[in-house]
Design a protein around this ligand. Structure first.
Ligand SMILES: O=C(O)CCC(=O)C(=O)O
Length: 237
């Protein structure tokens, strides 16, 4: 069996795969100790302390640990390619996803950000192993090729504490791919990749930090809830 393609071993082939699917898993980016350090920082955040475990936005403004992970040289190196230039930080969101918490509705990240398609991408960083059972992501391969898709107001019955209010209308013939991913890996997402996440039916929290990046100087929608702001990363000189 041939070795899997990675940015570490074959960056051109990995990039080609990303352009084909609209997402890519790079393995072995963070160590277990780094994942544990981020979980510890997450547990110091206000919604962990108050026990609601509501996802928290812009955590990079609250704890330097989140700026450090966002500036991780391997992630930034890959992002440089995905945003076609110097990446800046744009937004961070810590998901605790405790047992039984609902997943996030199906969406395209750039629907909210409205950046140029080749200037914006996301890094979804699992801090524990994630499968469909504990709130894993699903994605539609090649969906990014259709650009921005129509949305419909989401069904707001049930536990919607993590649900967005407008969901992408997914064409009936599209095939969904469930993503199982080891902690320490990073899932890179094209801004127009269509994805969502499952409810956590396990007994444990599913910690994930989502970081979004934009090419330096590009326009984007700040958003009244997300309050996005372009910020510099700690780039190696
Ligand atoms: O981690 C999750 O449950 C969903 C994250 C996601 O899809 C996003 O924030 O774009």
């Amino acid at each position: 069996m041939s070795a899997p393609i990675t940015f570490a071993t074959n960056p051109d082939a990995a990039y080609a795969q990303f352009l084909e699917d609209g997402f890519f898993i790079e393995p072995d980016v963070l160590t277990a100790a780094e994942c544990d350090q981020i979980i510890a920082a997450a547990e110091r955040l206000p919604t962990a302390r108050d026990g609601t475990y509501t996802p928290m936005m812009n955590v990079h403004k609250l704890d330097e640990t989140f700026v450090d992970i966002m500036s991780h040289p391997t992630i930034v190196g890959i992002m440089r390619r995905l945003v076609n230039g110097t990446p800046c930080g744009l937004h961070t969101q810590m998901f605790f996803t405790p047992p039984q918490r609902a997943g996030l509705g199906v969406h395209q990240d750039n629907y909210f950000v409205e950046a140029k398609a080749d200037a914006f991408a996301s890094a979804w960083v699992p801090l524990v192993d994630v499968t469909t059972e504990n709130g894993g992501l699903y994605a539609y391969p090649a969906s990014h090729k259709d650009g921005p898709l129509p949305v419909a107001v989401a069904d707001t019955t049930g536990d919607k504490r993590q649900t967005i209010y407008e969901e992408t209308v997914v064409p009936a013939h599209w095939e969904k791919r469930d993503i199982s991913i080891k902690r320490g890996s990073v899932l890179f997402l094209h801004g127009y990749n269509v994805h969502g996440s499952y409810q956590n039916t396990s007994q444990n929290k599913r910690y994930v930090i989502l970081n979004t990046y934009i090419r330096e100087g590009e326009a984007f929608r700040p958003g009244s809830t997300a309050k996005r702001e372009q910020f510099p990363l700690k780039l190696a000189s």
